[in-house]
Each structure stands twice: as C-alpha cells, then as structure tokens.
Design a protein around this ligand. Structure first.
Ligand code: FCB
Length: 449
C-alpha cells in the first residue's frame, strides 16, 4: 500500500486560464485591439501563423465551460480580464459590454460555488497604449491603475481575490527583449524599463483595488519562478547560475519582498537604476496579500560570454524527461517553495497559480483521452508541493494550467495543456483522464502516492 497524501480541508483546488488564450471574439462587442491582436496578424510570429481570433471561443461558451469546471469539481477558477474589452483604448471611455461579459462569468462561477480569482493583466496590453510606448513608458503604470479601479468598482462586490499581473517578467522579457511575444520588440533597456513599470503598476493597482473595493479583498500577483542549477561545479558555471537567478527570480522577488532590486548588479542596470527607479517606487511595489507562483521547470545554466548582460545560457541536460516545451523536474517546485519561505519569509498567502505540462494528447479509439503523462506530472508535482507543506510552507491552493487546451502564444495550437481536450475545428470539449484524476483528488482531499 502506498502512502495517502492528504491536503488540508480548505485547500483551494482550481484551474487557470487567460483571456487571450481562450476567449476569441477578438473584435466583438466594442473590444479594442490588444498588442496580441496586432502581433498574431503579422505573419511569421506564431507557429503556422495561427491566431487567437477565435481561440477556444470561451467568450460564447462560458456557460458550457463553467459547467465543465463544475463537473471537475473545481472550487476556484483563475481567469484574466482583457483590458481592451473594458477600456478599448486603454484609458478613458469604458465599454460596458466588456464589463457585462465578466459579470456573467463571475455570476456563473459563483452560482456553481467556484471562487473567481481575477487577474487584471495576462499580457494583452491595449495597442493604443503600446502606440504611446507600452510598458517602457511610465505612464502605462498609471493607466493600469485607472483600469484596475474601473474593474474593481464593477466586480469587487463578488470577486474577493485579485491578481494584478501574470508573470511580469515574461511580459517584459519575451515582449521587449527576445521579441518572441507581443509587441515583438528587441531592446534590452526597453525590457528593463518595462519590468520596472510593470512592477510599479502592481503597486499602484494594489492601492487602487483596495481603495475602490466594495468589501475586504486580497490583492496579489503571480510570478514565473524557476530554480537555477549550474551545469557543472566549475566556478564559472556556478557564477553564471547566480547571475541567471538574479535576473530570472530575484528581479521580481526582491522588489516585492525586500524593497530592493538586483538590477544594479549588472552594468545595464546601473545605468537604468539611476534614471528609471524614482524615489518611492520600490516602497510602492512592496505590497502583496497573495503571492502566486507559476512553476513549470528548472533552468540549468552555463557560462557563455556571448550572452548579453548575464554571460550565461540555458542548457538541457541529457537523460531527463522533456515535454513539448520544457524539462520535467518535479523537485523544482519543492525547492522553490522552500527557498521563498526561507529567503523572503513572506507574510502573505502563497499559492501555486499555474503548473502543468504540454503533451500531444489524442482521442483514443473509444473516445477516451488517456493522458497518462499529465497524470504522472500532476501526481509528482502535487507530492512535492505537499512535501514543502509538511516542512511548514503554508501553501493555500493549487491551480492547474490549464482548464482546456488553448492558444499557447507563439506555439499557436501546437501545445495541449488542458484537463479538457478541445477539438480546435469544432470546439467540441471532452474531459481527459487527467480531469477525472483531478476530480478524485479534489473529492478525496488527496491521493495515494
Ligand atoms: C505561462 C503563462 C500561461 C501559459 C503557460 C504554459 O508562462 O502564464 O499563459 O502560456 O505558461
């Protein structure tokens, strides 16, 4: 007999998704264009030039999708709000139809006893704001606070947990440094400016949400974090890993928890630090009721003089399991939780807000989707989360990425992350075996290891 891993009774079991990846209806009911709408319509950025124009049509199928959540027995759903549905130009005129859509979503969730976790920004910046400079422009941070205020006024009578940003590091670096994501800019100072303004906007929105909320609410943000390991024990590789960790992890954790930033440790950072970070900024950023952690993989780093700023690159060690996008490394989620707990001693709540695996699922002869690899991934990662909880890290919940297969950014529809299989041609939804496994875990409050 194995050992039954029991989670606390009030543990939050959820799934996560984001507006651009599921909604579709990209120009319906008064919605303005976002940088992702622009980016996908320019050929060459996305696998097969696919777009999220229709995505998985969640905009029109929200009741069906909430029914699926109910079938899975989720007690929480983390979704994001498309800024351009609410304020088509990013600021100023409000589009009531956009607010109405999220109103319907929140009502449907609550009717089914599913707690809404609303995230204000999952990368779909209004194109009108990008035209004024986007996140490298400090004014975007105040526009974000205005948007936060508008949405809070409408939804905070029912939504008790708010996330300002999803993965500001990725929004800044993939959007403005590597250019793999919208708006496709490749400019190192712009990327660091973007990161600072994203974090600053979190601080401003934190205040805006608390001051306009209709009840007592929690305001958090979600970070993508990954433990960094050196490729060898050589001093060069160990130093490379330390620099990589500063850029990948400490660049968001330090401002949020310590009111400091490691960017001045780098030459580009020293220059930026003096002109970019104004008096009082770091104090504003340090405001958090809930830390959301998105964990997918670790990073193995080696010294590489050619890579700008950090002289380090990522390598993929032989002999391990890989998925369609990353190495599978379950111990990393434990390592990360322990590190945050010890190094930062957070006083706020902690939750895993994303974790999942892209595997090429298919429908079997009898209609079932036997996604054994996802079940194994979930089991191993949840066991590691539990291990950290046993050591005293008070993790309050876990959100699987994702509810349904969806539009995976530059990978288009080539990567399936869902507990629910979606036929992208017909939009038919079918529960995978992993969905049934997750349901049992939720019902039993744990699983046999
Ligand atoms: C995260 C994103 C999410 C999804 C997963 C696979 O970085 O937050 O939108 O793309 O990766």
């Amino acid at each position: 007999m194995g050992n039954f891993i029991t989670f606390p009774k009030n543990f939050v079991w959820g799934c996560a998704a984001s507006s651009y990846q599921v909604e579709g209806a990209w120009d319906s009911d008064g919605k303005g264009a976002s940088i992702w709408d622009t980016f996908v319509h320019e050929p060459g950025h996305i696998y097969n030039n696919e777009t999220g124009d229709t995505a998985v049509d969640h905009y029109h199928r929200l009741l069906e999708d909430v029914a699926l959540m109910k079938d899975i027995r989720l007690n929480a759903y983390r979704f994001s709000i498309a800024w351009t549905r609410i304020l088509p130009s990013g600021q100023g005129t409000i589009n009531r139809a956009g607010l109405d859509f999220y109103d319907r979503l929140v009502d449907a969730l609550l009717k089914n006893s599913i707690q809404p976790y609303a995230c204000l920004f999952h990368w779909d910046l209004p194109q009108a704001l990008q035209d004024k400079g986007g996140w490298p422009n400090r004014d975007t941070a105040s526009a974000f606070a205005e948007y936060a205020h508008v949405v809070t006024e409408r939804l905070s009578d029912r939504v008790k947990v708010w996330m300002t940003h999803n993965e500001p590091w990725v929004a800044a670096m993939a959007g403005y440094f590597s250019g793999e994501h919208a708006p496709g800019i490749k400019n190192i100072p712009a990327a660091f400016k973007a990161l600072h303004h994203l974090l600053l906007s979190h601080g401003l929105a934190y205040e805006a949400i608390h001051s306009s909320a209709r009840q007592s609410v929690k305001v958090g943000l979600t970070l993508n974090l990954n433990p960094v390991h050196p490729n060898s024990e050589s001093k060069k590789d160990r130093d490379a890993a330390t620099r990589m960790d500063a850029v990948l992890n400490r660049s968001t954790l330090d401002p949020l928890f310590r009111g400091t930033t490691p960017i001045q440790e780098f030459s580009v950072g020293k220059f930026l630090f003096s002109s970019l970070i104004k008096n009082g900024d770091l104090e504003k950023i340090r405001a958090l009721d809930l830390l959301g952690i998105n964990y997918y993989s670790r990073t193995v780093a080696k010294y590489d003089s050619k890579f700008p700023i950090i002289s380090a690159t990522q390598v993929h060690p032989e002999g391990n399991e890989y998925s369609g996008m990353w190495e599978v490394y379950a111990e990393g989620i434990y390592e990360l939780l322990m590190r945050i707990w010890h190094d930062y001693q957070p006083k706020c709540d902690i939750m895993i807000t994303e974790n999942g695996i892209p595997v090429p699922d298919g429908i079997d002869f009898d209609g079932r989707i036997r996604d054994e690899r996802r079940i194994r991934y979930l089991r191993n990662h949840l066991a590691q989360v539990h291990r950290a909880m046993d050591k005293g890290v008070p993790v309050k919940g876990y959100f699987h990425w994702s509810l349904m297969d969806n539009f995976e950014w530059a990978h288009g529809f080539s990567q399936r992350f869902g507990l629910v299989y979606v036929d992208f041609k017909t939009q038919k939804r079918s529960l995978k075996d992993s969905a049934s496994w997750y349901t049992r875990v939720i019902q039993d409050g744990g699983f046999e290891q």
